[in-house]
Design a protein around this ligand. Structure first.
Ligand code: BTN
Length: 235
């Protein structure tokens, strides 16, 4: 797959721009990077706050199960952040990257015709005051601000692409094993939320080979393929 990167200062949403490019014939490997988004999209129809200081990127990929792709992307982002910035982070099933107990990056995979648009948003050197009150307690940046950043955001973009290529060519047992080991949820008490409602509460036992989350709820092991979790104790 040939990588073809297009960089913009600001777009509405890199997922939206890349989907349009795909409809106009762009090939897998096309990457859209922006340093600001005016209509950043998150999972479950939410907004993804995308002020200056962040890295917003989308990659066009061949069609694949979005749960597994999101897991692979989570691992690639985690590896890239560690290699480029030396900041230790973990993965909160299925798509959040956690640094110092807060969300530093999110991933949104959207199917577009026979491709997947894989969107990755990273709070790179976003100043705290650029986040809304709503997320200020739960969001964090890799660096406090631009002056604090001692790595180049474009190096992180390239590292993510490299790590994605690595994960795609690795044996499943390797990337899946590392994905499971990178989870901050195993053994934690969590609430599972689907369509804005708490649908279960219990202890996480494992992430299985389909990247589904297993939780013991009232003594019964329940498997989740979708939804999101909140942790009842500090990560
Ligand atoms: C989430 O955490 O809910 C997913 C966030 C995904 C955000 C990225 S930023 C780049 C790409 N463009 C978007 O509009 N969304 C994704």
């Amino acid at each position: 797959m040939e990588i073809d990167i297009r960089v913009f200062d600001s777009v509405d949403s890199t997922n939206k721009v890349l989907s349009q490019m795909a409809r106009e014939g762009a090939e897998d490997g096309r990457v859209v990077v922006a340093w600001k988004q005016t209509e950043g999209r998150g999972r479950l129809g939410r907004t993804f706050e995308s002020p200056e200081g962040g890295i917003y990127m989308s990659i066009l990929l061949p069609l694949e199960d979005t749960l597994r792709l999101t897991a692979k992307a989570g691992l690639a982002v985690k590896r890239a952040i560690i290699s480029e910035t030396d900041k230790r982070c973990q993965i909160k099933w299925v798509n959040d990257i956690i640094y110092n107990g807060k969300k530093v990056a999110g991933i949104l995979a959207q199917v577009c015709d026979n491709h997947v648009v894989l969107g990755i948003g990273i709070n790179f050197c976003t100043p705290e005051k650029a986040f809304s009150n709503e997320i200020r307690n739960t969001a964090i940046s890799l660096y406090k601000n631009g002056a604090d950043a001692d790595s180049d955001p474009m190096d992180l973009v390239n590292a993510i692409i490299r790590e994605l290529e690595n994960v795609f060519t690795e044996e499943e047992r390797l990337w899946l094993g590392e994905y499971k080991a990178s989870s901050c949820l195993i053994g934690k008490k969590v609430k599972v939320i689907q369509a804005d409602k708490v649908v279960g509460e219990g202890e996480v036992t494992e992430i299985d080979n389909n990247c589904a989350l297993h939780i013991i709820i009232s003594g019964t092991e329940t498997v989740f393929n979708t939804g999101e979790v909140t942790i009842r104790e500090k990560i």
